[in-house]
Design a protein around this ligand. Structure first.
Ligand code: GLY
Ligand code: MN
Ligand code: MN
Length: 462
């Protein structure tokens, strides 16, 4: 945890941005995997973590916007808790650690909420994303799931998003620590890859490094020779000469901050000329996009800039044609680059998306497009100084998608379907960096991780 003052100040800032009422934050509980006592690793709700720093199940926080009073709610440790989970700070200690004014039991919370409701005070809560939280809200507020899914507080979500979007220096520092671990994860992948190895051998090594770093993976690692399957979480394939590995992996820091890095590398340590051509298209697209990112410039424009560069390179190898701006405007490039340029990152790898993806990524100035490809851009609005984002262009040859578009003759004035057969089993390439938006541009966070072709090839040769 950070010092209590950090959490007190964060709550004070939240209080200032709200009009009144009570804020109720519901912490996460354990989540059973296959029976009650065999649980997924515990992950605290990120907003609860942001305002308290406490990573323990079954807690609530209430913040009174009028009196500025904060109470941490939970149960006292029982001897059973201590026997099975060891000695740990009790509720009063936890209250002190997060700078709360008071601690309350669950039954006292019920009384407080009943009192607030009888006084017709607004109780603000965030939209729940876990069934356990939905049940708790149903019990505490006497609202059906349908009602509380509708009545969650727009005002609170908006205040939280505004506050959590701008990272404090200590948060950037945490992200950089997570990136330090991720550098080791990627280098380990590059150093250990060789023909005959199985994806699972490298995936296991990578996950072990995340645990050795003191946290865990920030999300399930992608480590595959089928990088064209965008969220491929299988690791059972053997790596052979000529294959490319897409490794998309991130660690979480001890305080729960994420990193999210992708590199693509050749199994035999040397890119073929076809692989190098597509790799350079993606690398130049990443560099081009980075040069456009600055406060007040929409991320959607950066996405489109990345798409134009990829289109230009695909034209040079003869698989696309026509006017580049028109081609990007109709979305022809999305056959090869069907996802978004990036997303916000912080305590969550896709930061705050539980509060509403559009709510985080779009506003009155920039609306989400419905066009194939662009619709998958998770963050489109202009960032401000202090935002942390990922930038992750990619180029993929997805056979079922190519077949579908070819049959439909979709965008055939821009796509040379007759030239695509030799690329059929290419797979995919993605390169991903994490950036901090500065006053006049952006900077790549974390230690350098091989990205230029000679550096990647050197790392792969150990
Ligand atoms: N690691 C998932 C993503 O890049 O969004
Ligand atoms: Mn990623
Ligand atoms: Mn990402």
């Amino acid at each position: 945890m950070f010092e209590p003052d950090v959490y007190i100040k964060r709550r004070e800032q939240l209080i200032k941005s709200m009009s009144g009422g009570l804020v109720l934050l519901v912490g996460n509980s354990e989540s059973p995997m296959n029976y009650l006592d065999n649980t997924y690793p515990f992950r605290q709700d990120s907003t609860f973590l942001y305002y308290t720093g406490i990573s323990r199940p079954d807690l609530f926080l209430i913040i009174d916007i009028e009196s500025h009073h904060t109470a941490l709610v939970g149960h006292e440790l029982t001897i059973d808790d201590i026997i099975w989970s060891g000695s740990q700070p009790d509720l009063v200690n936890l209250g002190e650690l997060c700078g709360a004014d008071q601690v309350l039991s669950s039954s006292e919370l019920t009384t407080e909420l009943e009192k607030a409701r009888s006084q017709k005070r607004t109780i603000h809560y965030l939209s729940p994303y876990r069934a356990e939280t939905k049940n708790r809200l149903e019990k505490l507020l006497g609202l059906s799931v349908e009602q509380h899914s509708k009545d969650n507080s727009f005002e609170l979500a908006s205040a939280v998003i505004t506050q959590r979007s701008v990272k404090e220096p200590r948060e950037v520092n945490e992200i950089e620590m997570a990136l330090g671990i991720t550098q080791l994860m990627i280098l380990a992948g590059m150093k250990s890859v060789q023909p005959g190895k199985y994806e699972r051998e490298i995936a296991g090594l990578v996950e072990g490094i995340a645990i050795s770093g003191g946290g865990r993976l920030a999300y399930p690692c992608i480590l595959t020779k089928h990088g064209e399957v965008l969220h491929n979480h299988q690791y059972h394939r053997r790596l052979d000469q000529g294959d490319l590995v897409v490794q998309d992996s991130g660690a979480s820091s001890i305080h729960g901050y994420a990193s999210d890095i992708t590199r693509t590398y050749p199994v035999n340590g040397i890119f073929s000329s076809c692989q190098a051509t597509i790799y350079l298209a993606v690398l130049r697209s990443l560099e081009g996009a980075l040069s456009t990112i600055r406060p007040e410039s929409s991320f959607k424009e950066s996405h489109l800039a990345a798409a134009r560069i990829i289109t230009d390179h695909l034209q040079q190898i003869g698989i696309m044609q026509g006017d580049i701006d028109e081609s990007v405007a109709v979305g022809a490039h999305a056959l090869f680059f069907p996802h978004g340029l990036g997303h916000m990152m912080g305590l969550d790898v896709h930061d705050m998306e539980n509060l509403g993806e559009d709510f985080v990524g779009y506003n009155d100035q920039v609306h989400r497009s419905q066009q194939f490809g662009l619709k998958s851009l998770r963050f489109g609005r202009a960032p401000s100084q202090g935002y942390v984002l990922t930038v992750e262009p990619g180029c993929y040859f997805i056979t079922p998608l190519i077949d579908q578009w070819k049959n439909e003759k979709r965008h055939e004035s821009f796509i040379r379907y007759d030239m695509l057969s030799r690329w059929e089993n290419f797979g995919g390439i993605r390169i991903e960096e994490n950036i901090l938006v500065t006053s006049d541009g952006c900077k790549i966070l974390g230690p350098p991780i091989p990205k230029n072709i000679p550096d990647v090839e050197n790392a792969c040769r150990g």
